[in-house]
Ligand binder design. Structure first.
Ligand code: NAP
Length: 340
């Protein structure tokens, strides 16, 4: 059984593929033969040692996979042998097989492909948590999405549409204009345009109802300024700390120093809220599972449909991660672990 590991803190050279002995499964665990594993921006941050909630090196990254159940523990009751499933290990998903507790496994509807299934949990789960669960998105709302062409960004845009948002403003690099517009967003060039001004201008001076910001640093205050009275800001990442594939202490420190400290007393005047969101440390599994059930329904009804940028054989994992570092992806990047 092969799996990918991060050998040490580092750039792409810190990625290796090793052979691992099979381990026995526990009574409430299942063994999943992985077909697809999602690549997330957090995987890049972990490799650079810039992700608080990650194991000690060496370790195998990989939040989410899709695959088939090939062994079940004696007390497992929720899934059966040969079931097609999504599994959310948190870590360890970049692997031909994983062992996981049955509570973190969800059966995939018949119509859903392994590609689609591996694209849903992190991106759609996070976007749904912010916009619907915390943000209570309503018909007619105006929403600002950063990294609009990426995994979470494209999922967020579809969720906004499904919930009747009337204006979706998406920031990305200039080459992605057509792609962002094709998703029904008003495109904002992140290098050239002033997104705060555009948010105000397009909403009659009021600002947006919600903004989702995975950039942090000074950018976060600008997203806050783009909100209307009563608006909600979700801080859910720190991409400004990871400018390249090699770690930059300078960028990480700058992000940390520049990220605003919000004062709730001052915030009272504008009724704005700021949420810190990290799905990986959300410890009530019921919340995330109910998001996934709802997303499965939306997927089957056709109101959402994961946009897959590219699928790479797991042996090409370095190139796949480089593709994300180079900001080339439009949609989700997937690793293919299926038997050849
Ligand atoms: N808190 C949570 O639970 C949670 C869950 C999932 C994701 N996230 C965060 O959400 C963000 C998006 O995640 P994702 O997995 O969907 O990735 P993604 O958006 O597909 O990430 C790649 C894209 O991000 C943009 N980008 C901006 N700054 C970048 C940088 N410094 N390096 C490389 N790309 C950069 C690039 O597009 P443009 O430059 O064209 O915009 C690039 O194509 C990340 O910050 C991630 O950490 C948080």
């Amino acid at each position: 059984m092969k799996k990918i590991i991060y050998t040490k803190v580092g750039g792409l050279e810190a990625i290796d593929i090793i052979e691992q002995e099979k381990e026995n499964i526990g009574e409430r665990e299942v063994r999943v033969r992985v077909h697809r594993a999602g690549i997330n921006f957090a995987d890049l941050m972990m490799r650079q040692g810039l992700y608080g909630a990650s194991p000690d090196f060496p370790f195998t990254p990989g939040y989410e996979v899709s695959g088939e159940v090939i062994e079940i523990g004696k007390l497992v009751s929720k899934v059966n042998l040969n079931d097609r499933v999504i599994a959310i290990p948190g870590f360890g998903g970049y692997s031909e097989e994983i062992i996981i507790t049955e509570n973190r496994v969800i059966i995939i509807p018949e119509k859903m492909s392994y590609d689609q299934a591996a694209s849903i949990p992190v991106t759609y789960g996070t976007a749904f948590h912010m916009l619907v669960h915390l943000g209570c998105i309503k018909e007619g709302d105006a929403i600002l999405i950063h990294h609009a062409a990426g995994g979470v960004g494209t999922a967020a845009a579809q969720i906004c549409k499904a919930y009747g948002a009337s204006l979706i403003i998406g920031t990305a690099s200039s080459k992605k204009k057509d792609f962002v517009e094709s998703l029904g967003m008003h495109f904002v060039d992140k290098e050239k345009d002033d997104f705060v001004k555009i948010c105000k201008d397009l909403t009659g001076g009021f600002g947006v109802n919600q903004a989702i910001d995975p950039v942090a640093g000074k950018h976060l205050m600008r997203s806050y300024k783009a909100l209307r009275n009563g608006g909600k800001l979700h801080c859910f990442g720190a991409s400004s700390a990871v400018p390249k594939s090699k770690r930059s202490w300078f960028a990480a420190l700058k992000m940390w120093i520049d990220t605003p400290r919000f004062n709730p007393i001052k915030m009272m005047k504008s009724n704005k809220s700021v949420f810190g969101v990290h799905m990986g440390t959300l410890d009530d599994e019921r919340i995330f599972n109910s998001h996934l059930q709802e997303l499965n329904k939306m997927m089957l009804s056709g109101s959402i449909n994961p946009i897959i940028d590219s699928i790479w054989r797991f042996e090409d994992v370095r190139e796949a991660q480089r593709h994300m570092h180079d900001r080339k992806n439009c949609g989700k990047i997937i690793l293919d672990f299926a038997p050849k």
